[in-house]
Design a protein around this ligand. Sequence first.
Ligand SMILES: NC(=O)c1ccc[n+]([C@@H]2O[C@H](COP(=O)([O-])OP(=O)(O)OC[C@H]3O[C@@H](n4cnc5c(N)ncnc54)[C@H](O)[C@@H]3O)[C@@H](O)[C@H]2O)c1
Length: 262
Amino acid sequence: MYPELAGRVVLITGGASGIGLAAAQALAEAGAGVVIADLHADAARDAARALGDAHLGLGGDVADEAAVQRIAEQALARHGRIDVLINSAGIPDSFLPTLEQQVGDFRRLVDVHLTGTYMMCKAVAPAMLRQRRGSIINLSSIAGVMGLARRNAYSAAKAGIGMLTRTLGCEWAAQGVRVNAIAPGYMLTPFAQRLIDEGKLDAARIRRRTPAGRLGTARHIADAMLFLASDRAEFITGVTLPVDGGYTAWGAASDAYGGPLD
Ligand SMILES: NC(=O)c1ccc[n+]([C@@H]2O[C@H](COP(=O)([O-])OP(=O)(O)OC[C@H]3O[C@@H](n4cnc5c(N)ncnc54)[C@H](O)[C@@H]3O)[C@@H](O)[C@H]2O)c1
């Protein structure tokens, strides 16, 4: 669908699982060379190997500045350029009441999501600015645009990613580097499945609250990423695109979906 993506180089953090992995598969199918960077080095290498010889898997913590620099350098050493950066590395928050939360957990969450996204953008931008072309896609969340009790750190980090996306989008637009974010609703990935299994999310309740009446899939997000990565999105920068089955559009007091929950 986007022939220009063939031969482009895509670096994906958190690419060993869920949304990042679906993006890696979709971009590899489109002919891009994919570099997967993940906290779990073995999982990153396995995921890259499964995509084929043209792809690379790397270990690294996006909250660690030296590791971030190493990831960018290794991707550039392999391909000589980076055309697309997808910041999908992430961890869930504790879901505890605020008074029971640990400040260390708050800091770690902000470090991984917000500071990690900032540092990855900063590490990859010099190459993109030299090329005068690049597309950065960050992961926000419905939690970054709506208030969800007990989710302080995650929500603050995701809202921060929305503003970071705007500020960087404004700074680099004239040099051909676009910065956008996607705000997924509830997508059935290992991340969300774990929260459902632990009783932290109620899948039936979420379906009733979602106009589309179902949870999304990682592929729904990957499809939006293909568009934002492509030249068809060349005049789009600084936006946070909800991909949530209408979740954030809904404002009435009643359930959004009254159909069967099979
Ligand atoms: N699944 C959802 O419903 C949903 C909704 C809104 C936003 N998101 C966001 O989308 C992104 C991806 O979520 P997912 O559902 O694919 O989760 P996932 O758990 O399936 O995948 C996340 C990946 O990030 C990696 N990771 C975690 N911490 C890291 C670190 N410090 N450095 C490098 N890699 C790290 C993990 O190892 C894992 O492979 C996250 O930012 C998440 O907050 C997900």
